[in-house]
Design a protein around this ligand. Structure first.
Ligand code: PLP
Length: 248
């Protein structure tokens, strides 16, 4: 696993005709490029995380053949099975789902990134359980900007204290923030929520944190997120199709 700053997609093989997943992959890349251009940003500054939860290892392998390297998973056991089946590929695995204490060891041992750190106890366990032979685990703090009590994420008021504590843990590298704002069809309210995350990100940078990752934007709202400064969009449905509602 590679913990380097920006993930570069692998080169797609030029001569082979594109199988269907690569058509969807190219469409999502084109959406990212168009939004980056509109924002006056370089497309390379926005990383695509392919969210493969509920899809089998074969679907991940097909997407990897298109040039995709970073994959996001929500369920630990499901992810470990895919990692075992795909161990021959140079993939980077990101844990993006809610994380319980009893799962931290498996996550610390097997993933390169965790996007969903929202309390100190989880961060401390991940740090302590990160194997010494691996680079520090890259983490984002999940922030709840929609005020939905049922949702994960630290409240904005608690962010500076949590970031200071997480940033000092030796097994972790604090990379930035992640957010999942309440879904909205309205681009104006989508942007407003992402803007709140951006302001919190800038505040942490002003407090001295060296952050490089703003993980926000999904299939339905990645353009709004990129316009507000997302450096990583987490895309499932637009790449893999609809998920089985049982799992979603
Ligand atoms: C499932 C999931 C996604 C992908 O959502 P889509 O709408 O399918 O693109 C992104 N982020 C998180 C945290 C998820 O759980």
């Amino acid at each position: 696993m590679d913990n380097g700053p920006a993930t570069r997609e692998l080169e797609p093989s030029a001569a082979i005709p594109a199988p269907p997943p690569c058509g969807r992959w190219r469409e999502v890349r084109a959406r990212i490029e168009a939004a980056a251009r509109q924002a006056g940003r370089a497309a390379e500054d926005v990383q695509l995380l392919a969210v493969s939860k509920t899809f089998p290892a074969a679907a991940v392998r097909a997407m990897a053949a298109c040039g995709q390297r970073a994959f996001g998973e929500n369920y630990v056991q499901e992810a470990l099975e895919k990692m075992a089946a795909l161990a021959d590929l140079p993939l980077e695995w990101h844990f993006i789902g809610p994380l319980q204490s009893n799962k931290t060891r498996l996550v610390a041992e097997n993933f390169a990134w965790v996007h969903s750190v929202d309390r100190l106890k989880i961060a401390e366990r991940l740090s302590a359980q990160r194997p010494p032979g691996l680079p520090p685990l890259s983490v984002c703090i999940e922030v709840n900007v929609s005020g939905e009590a049922s949702k994960g994420g630290v409240a904005p008021a608690g962010l500076p204290v949590l970031a200071a504590a997480v940033g000092s843990l030796p097994g972790l590298k604090l990379r930035g923030l992640m957010a999942i704002p309440a879904p909205s069809d309205n681009p104006v309210s989508q942007r407003a929520a992402f803007h709140r995350v951006r302001v919190l990100f800038d505040d942490l940078v002003a407090r001295g944190h060296a952050l490089d990752t703003l993980s926000m934007g999904m299939s339905a709202d990645l353009e709004a997120a990129i316009l507000e400064g997302a450096t990583l969009v987490r895309v499932g449905t637009a790449l893999f199709g609809s998920r089985n509602p049982q799992h979603a």
